[in-house]
Design a protein around this ligand. Sequence first.
Ligand SMILES: Nc1ncnc2c1ncn2[C@@H]1O[C@H](COP(=O)(O)OP(=O)(O)OP(=O)(O)O)[C@@H](O)[C@H]1O
Length: 544
Amino acid sequence: MLQSSATNMNDLTSKLESSQNKIAELETFRQSLVSEVAVKESENKDILQKMRHVEQDLQMTARQCEDEIRLLKTQHSMEMEQLRMTQARLKQETEMLETKLRATNTQLELQMQENTSLRSTISTQSSNCLALESDNRALKMKIERTENTVTQCESSIQSLKQQLSESQLACQDLEQRIRNEETIRRRLHNTIQELKGNIRVFCRVRPATTAENASRAETMTALIKYPDQEGRDIEFAHAKESATGIQIEKSYPFTFDKVFQTTSTQDDVFEEISQLVQSALDGYNVCIFAYGQTGSGKTYTMEGPLSATPETTGMIPRSVLQIYENAKALESKGWVYTMEGQYVEIYNETINDLLGNDGLDTNKKHEIRHGPNGKTTITDITTAVLTSPEKVAAILKKAAHNRSVGSTQMNERSSRSHCVFTLRLSGKNSITEEASEGVLNLIDLAGSERLSQSGATGDRLKETQAINKSLSCLGDVIYAISNKDPHIPYRNSKNSLGGNSKTLMFVNISPLMSNFNETLCSLRFATKVNSCTIGTATKRAVKS
Ligand SMILES: Nc1ncnc2c1ncn2[C@@H]1O[C@H](COP(=O)(O)OP(=O)(O)OP(=O)(O)O)[C@@H](O)[C@H]1O
């Protein structure tokens, strides 16, 4: 055991010795390290010293750099601003230039187009020029020829002037002859009118109205025939429609101076009366009146329908216009006319002034006066001097407005009054020293229907009785004149006729079967009137 401990001791001693050696080595190494650390520390100090220097340098450099950078940045931003401004200016300039370029391009295109058209114009013009040059040559030749003709013409003008002065003398001579012939024409025209007889009768059949055509009962028109070519005959037949067809029960033939069928126009009718109207200008008393039952077309014939057109206007406006135009035309032959118009309504045997200012003044009394010179006048009545066609139209309008229009079962727009339009014409011829005084009476009579037919009662019955009385007086006057009765009952009726009138009666008839009996009465009365010869109308003697 001791042995082992000694061994261990040895071991430990050797170990201690090696450890001490190692410690010595380590001490040596530590000392070398300390010296080395000292060296390093001094180096480190140097380095730190250097680093501080470097740091200071760096800081200085950094500051300098920052200053430089700031400066550069300022410079840069200024340069950038300048650059932006330059860029904007450049952009603007570019845009302007582009716009200019576009305009220039358009102009260029236009110029090119113009150029092309100018080129073609130039080529056309040059070919035209060639043609003109040749025309010019031809014209020059023509001018030469014309100059020759002008010389010839001048000499013929001279001879024509000579002829003209001879013709003017002949013309004056012819004008004098025309004036003489106008006097002869008047005389001949009136002789013809006189030869035709004083009371002439024209029959007019009105067409069925639209309302009548629409109603079945009214559509039944009577059978009317116009057998002759001259338009003077009318045959009125009572017809019955049965299974075997239309059977004529009885036929009634009549003859008048003229028969106007349903298709006749206002123009056709006026053509036939215009000559008679002319007589008033030549100094005659002309009387045209329309007779017939209510709704037979008297007002249509004399005045025209309510809203008349130039085609449908009636005999009164047409006559006045014709007289006005003829009087104007006669001015060149030395005639100067004054025309005065009166328009009255005879209602219930009372005369009303249709041209009065404040509508119808029914309280104002008017009387008919027959003067010793054959002139018939009405007291206190408005007289309109007609100086223009407009004045004529205005008085006709005023009269239509004032006219009293009533209604019966027969016709809605039934007129229960007689209407008398009087036109007095005084003419003087300063060349021939002739003078004339004529009167034109245009009368739209009240409906002639019999009492039983009209269905009138009360005031209407009184009106119808007055109408019938005045119309029967009209018949009395006509018969008395035709029988050369010394007592002519003029004063029986306010609308009596003068024996020195050239008279025309329209008998207006309805085409309806329902009016058959009334139509027959009218046609029979008209036949009696037509058979009257009441002597020759005389021109009013006027001292010039
Ligand atoms: N020739 C014609 N052509 C067309 N229509 C007509 C004709 N004649 C008359 N008429 C029409 O027949 C109707 C009756 O005519 P109008 O009023 O002229 O009758 P009238 O005899 O004057 O009646 P009244 O006695 O009541 O005055 C009206 O509607 C009118 O327009």
